[in-house]
Design a protein around this ligand. Structure first.
Ligand SMILES: Nc1nc2c(ncn2[C@@H]2O[C@H](COP(=O)(O)OP(=O)(O)OP(=O)(O)O)[C@@H](O)[C@H]2O)c(=O)[nH]1
Ligand SMILES: C[S@@+](CC[C@H](N)C(=O)[O-])C[C@H]1O[C@@H](n2cnc3c(N)ncnc32)[C@H](O)[C@@H]1O
Ligand code: SF4
Ligand code: SF4
Length: 327
């Protein structure tokens, strides 16, 4: 029986583990001035602490781990982290979310270490717009890395594009061309407000409803939601190998399908992407005999998980930007 359940009838077999807060990009909605470490910040979890954390979560019922950041590929031991995650008893899926800058060099190695799924952030297929949004002229490398990833036998390759009013909201035709022959899922994510991006959010936030109407008019059909699926709505079309997902956190009932917990790169449990507190787990990751105690903390904390975020009221909790928690 899973210990990872809350009082709202949800279960949490999915852990999003951030392994680093630093990033080499300066996405305008996330880290517009690039990453700057706060002085006195504790160091990132070490590999042995990650191994203990994953063993305890898996013993409590976690089955899927997503490695994220900041930019996880900046960690020199990323392949070892993937290997540790894939060899944790009970873990069935090991996924990675990355900006894709080193995919073309490293994705084969990650797949060999046990990676089963990959999400790459690609906000646009237009090179100049890409540089404008991310601060880096790296789109060509990233797209070639995705082609290599598609040859690696991963179970799923997904691309993430944050919908940005006035920046990338006219690019559906290019995406539809891209998806015709590629078995990837492109997910359009509504820009979320965070502590640091209030004015940017006011200028660029766009609801996904108009895009979904366009998809339905173009013959795209909403797929039935799998029992263990997260909050994305998935559309498919008979003429396209790829699918389209929509992540719309401002829509009603979005959080009813919440199935994930988060741990930050310094080992704090966060019950929600926009939670108001973190629970330091690091003291419980120092010895192999602490797993039961950690599982007990998880079960107790889950009793405090709220039914939904409070973004509609502009409350962004502890989260200054999503790099601080891994999205
Ligand atoms: N509000 C909210 N947004 C989320 C949540 N999970 C993912 N997102 C948003 O979607 C973005 C992309 O998430 P990914 O890291 O690609 O992972 P995912 O959507 O959980 O992907 P799957 O594991 O394939 O379902 C995140 O960075 C967030 O912006 C969530 O639980 N709540
Ligand atoms: C925080 S990043 C971490 C992983 C990696 N650096 C990357 O970009 O894929 C994870 C995801 O969060 C998304 N994201 C960041 N800030 C966001 C925001 N304010 N609203 C919606 N999505 C956001 C990014 O587009 C990315 O897909
Ligand atoms: S979205 Fe990802 S790549 Fe972009 S700045 Fe944030 S952490 Fe870095
Ligand atoms: S906003 Fe919080 S409660 Fe809602 S789906 Fe995301 S993590 Fe879950």
């Amino acid at each position: 029986m899973s210990l990872l359940a809350d009082r709202h009838g949800r279960t949490f077999p999915y852990l999003r583990l951030s392994v680093i807060e630093a990033c080499n990009f300066s996405c305008s909605y996330c880290l517009p001035d690039g990453y700057r470490a706060m002085s006195g910040r504790p160091k990132n979890l070490e590999l042995d602490e990650i191994a203990r954390l994953l063993r305890a979560f898996a013993a409590a019922g976690m089955r899927k781990v997503r490695i994220t950041g900041g930019e996880p590929s900046l960690r020199r031991d990323l392949t070892a982290i993937i290997d540790v995650a894939a060899s944790t008893p009970g873990v069935e899926k090991v996924a990675l979310t990355t900006n894709g800058t080193v995919l073309h060099k490293r994705v084969r190695e990650w797949a060999a270490a046990g990676l089963t799924a990959l999400n790459v952030s690609v906000d646009t297929l237009d090179r100049l717009t890409f540089e404008r949004i991310t601060g880096q002229d790296r789109l060509d490398d990233i797209l070639s890395g995705i082609e290599i990833a598609l040859d690696c036998g991963l179970q799923a390759v997904k691309l993430n594009a944050v919908l940005l009013r006035g920046l990338n909201d006219d690019q559906l035709p290019a995406w539809l061309d891209y998806l015709r022959d590629r078995p990837v899922s492109v997910r359009f994510i509504e820009l979320m407000q965070t502590g640091d991006n209030r004015e940017y959010f006011r200028q660029h936030h766009l609801r996904a409803e108009a895009l979904e109407t366009q998809l339905i008019e173009g013959g795209w059909q909403l797929r039935p939601r799998a029992a263990d699926a997260g909050p994305a709505r998935e559309y498919a079309h008979p003429d396209h190998a790829g699918t389209i997902g929509v992540i719309a956190p401002y829509s009603r009932d979005f959080c009813a399908a919440c199935n994930r917990l988060r741990v930050t790169s310094t080992g704090d449990l966060r019950l929600c992407l926009f939670g108001e507190f973190g629970v330091p787990l690091r003291p419980l990751l120092q010895r192999d005999d602490q797993s039961t105690e950690l599982q007990h903390v998880l079960a107790t904390q889950l009793g405090l998980k709220k039914a939904t975020h409070a973004l509609h009221a502009g409350q962004t909790g502890l989260t200054p930007h999503l790099a601080s928690i891994g999205g």
